[in-house]
Design a protein around this ligand. Structure first.
Ligand code: CAO
Length: 417
C-alpha cells in the first residue's frame, strides 16, 4: 500500500530543488500532477541532452512517477484550470523565482480563499532578508550557506561539492515540511504555508562548521591537521581538506593503483578505541605504548606523519583489501567509490537505491530510487512523463471538466504541446 495514496499534489516545480521534493512524494504514492508551460515544459527536458529530441537524463531522473499537464497559466482559460487545480489538490509545490506565483494572480491569500485546506510549499534561494528577491541555483546556495568556505584545501580556493545539497537537500527538507503540514491538517482541518530556503538548508548541513566557528573563540581547533602543521587559525572556520570533521581524526589515503586510477583511495579513521588494532595492522606495534602516540591528545600534533605512515601500508593494498582487513578489526574506513562502480554495484540495485527504468522514447536508463525505505510501502520507480502526456486525462478525470469545456480550453491555447 502506497503511504501517500490519495494525496493530490499540484506540482509547479522546475529544475532540481522542487522536482526532488515532489518526486519523493510521488515515490511514496502521492498523485503528482506536474504543470508545465506548453511547448517548453520544464527547462531541464532540453538541457544536457545525450540523445537528440529525447527528454534529458537531467529531467527523467527528477520527475519519475509524475503526470504531466501542459498549461499556460497566464492565459485566461489557463487561470480557470489552475484555479480548479488549486481547489482539487491538497498541496501546491513551487520553486519559481520570488513573486512569480503572485504575479500569476495566485497569492497565498487567494489560494487560502480558494482552498483553506491547501498546503502551499515553496523553495526559494534565501529566506526573508537582504537577498530574498534573488534567483538562486545550487552552487550559489552552497556558497551562501557556508559549504564552499569550509570545503577544499587550506591553500586553495573555496570549493563546491558534487553532492547537490542546495537543491536536493532543500527539496527533501520541503517534503518533510509538507508531510508534517499534512499531519497537522488532520487535527486542524487547515492548510498552511511551508517554506524552505536553500541557504538555510545548506547551513543546516554545515552545522559542525558553525560549531567550530564558536570553538575558535576558545583556542585552536586541535583536531584540524592545520594545527599539527603549526599553521595559525584566522577568525573564521577554515577549509579542512579531508579532515574528518568529528572527534576522530581521518584522512584520504592512497591505495594500490593510485598512480593510474583516480579513485584508488580509502578514507581511514584513527578511532581512539581501536588505536592498538591500527598499530598492529600497519606494523607499528611500538606506537601502542609510546607516550608520544598512545593517547588521542598525544597524537594530535603528529597526525600528518601518522597518516603518512598508514598510507605506506594502504598503498600496498587495494581499497577493497584495506576494507576487508580493517572491518573485522573495527577500524572505520571506506573505499572511494567512483560513479561507475556505484552504477554497477549489485547490492544498490537489489535495495532499489539505483534502479533501471524503461522510458518510452529513451529506452532503458539508470536513476536513483528512494533513499528512504518504508517496510509496508516499497516504491516502484516509473518513468517520467512526456510533456503534456496526461493533459487530457487530468482535465477530464482529475478536474472534472466536460468535453465542451475541454474543447474551449484547447481552443484558447491554454494547453497543448
Ligand atoms: N505558464 C505561464 N508562465 C509560466 C508557467 C506556466 N505554466 N510556468 C512558469 N511561468 C513563468 C513564471 O510565471 C515566470 O514569469 P514572470 O517572471 O513573468 O513572473 C517565468 O515563467 C520564469 O519563472 P522563473 O523566474 O522561476 O524561471 P527562471 O528560469 O528565470 O529562474 C530559477 C529559474 C531556478 C533561478 C528561479 O526559478 C529561482 O530562483 N527559483 C527559486 C530557487 C530555486 O529553486 N532554485 C533551484 C533551482 S535548481 O538549481
Amino acid at each position: 500500500m502506497e503511504a501517500l495514496k490519495g494525496v493530490k499534489i499540484l506540482d509547479f516545480t522546475h529544475v532540481q530543488s522542487g522536482p526532488t521534493c515532489t518526486q519523493l512524494l510521488a515515490w511514496f504514492g502521492a498523485d503528482v500532477v506536474k504543470v508545465e508551460r506548453p511547448g517548453i515544459g520544464d527547462i531541464t527536458r532540453g538541457q544536457l541532452r545525450d540523445i537528440p529530441d529525447v527528454d534529458s537524463l537531467y529531467f527523467t531522473m527528477l520527475n519519475s512517477n509524475k503526470r504531466s499537464i501542459t498549461l499556460n497559466t497566464k492565459n485566461e482559460k489557463g487561470k480557470v484550470v489552475l484555479e480548479r487545480l488549486v481547489k482539487t489538490c491538497d498541496v501546491l509545490v513551487e520553486n519559481f523565482a520570488p513573486g512569480a506565483l503572485d504575479r500569476m494572480g495566485f497569492s497565498w491569500e487567494r489560494i487560502q480563499e480558494l482552498n483553506p485546506r491547501m498546503i502551499y510549499a515553496s523553495v526559494k534561494g534565501f529566506g526573508p532578508g537582504p537577498f530574498a528577491d534573488c534567483k538562486v541555483y545550487e552552487n550559489v546556495a552552497q556558497c551562501a550557506g557556508g559549504g564552499a568556505s569550509t570545503t577544499g584545501f587550506l591553500d586553495g580556493p573555496p570549493t563546491v561539492t558534487g553532492a547537490q545539497i542546495g537543491d536536493t537537500g532543500t527539496g527533501m527538507n520541503l517534503a518533510f515540511g509538507i508531510v508534517t503540514a499534512l499531519f497537522h491538517r488532520e487535527s486542524s482541518g487547515k492548510g498552511q504555508r511551508v517554506q524552505a530556503a536553500m541557504q538555510d538548508g545548506v547551513l543546516n548541513l554545515c552545522r559542525v562548521k558553525l560549531r567550530d566557528q564558536q570553538r575558535l573563540g576558545h583556542g585552536p581547533l586541535k583536531e584540524y591537521s592545520q594545527h599539527g602543521r603549526n599553521i595559525p587559525f584566522g577568525d573564521a572556520t577554515p577549509r579542512a581538506g579531508n579532515d574528518s570533521g568529528g572527534g576522530q581524526p581521518g584522512w584520504i589515503l592512497k591505495c594500490k593503483g593510485w598512480e593510474t586510477d583516480p579513485n584508488a583511495y580509502t578514507y581511514f579513521i584513527t578511532q581512539a578505541a581501536i588505536w592498538g588494532n591500527i598499530c598492529d595492522v600497519i606494523g607499528k606495534p611500538e606506537w601502542k605504548d609510546d607516550p608520544g602516540y598512545a593517547t588521542p591528545d598525544a597524537r594530535l600534533d603528529k597526525l600528518t606523519d601518522i597518516f603518512d605512515t598508514i598510507e605506506d601500508w594502504t598503498k600496498t593494498k587495494t581499497k577493497f583489501e584495506v576494507m576487508e582487513i580493517c572491518n573485522p578489526l573495527d577500524i572505520p574506513c571506506g573505499p572511494i567509490l567512483s560513479m561507475k562502480e556505484l552504477a554497477e554495484e549489485p547490492s544498490l540495485r537489489e535495495t532499489g537505491t539505483i534502479v533501471e527504468v524503461d522510458h518510452p522514447t529513451r529506452g532503458k536508463y539508470l536513476t536513483v530510487g528512494n533513499p528512504v525505505k518504508l517496510s509496508a510501502s516499497p516504491p516502484v520507480v516509473k518513468p517520467s512523463p512526456l510533456l503534456g502526456e496526461h493533459t487530457e486525462e487530468i482535465l477530464r478525470d482529475f478536474l472534472g471538466f466536460s468535453d465542451q469545456e475541454i474543447t474551449e480550453i484547447k481552443a484558447s491555447g491554454a494547453v497543448g504541446k
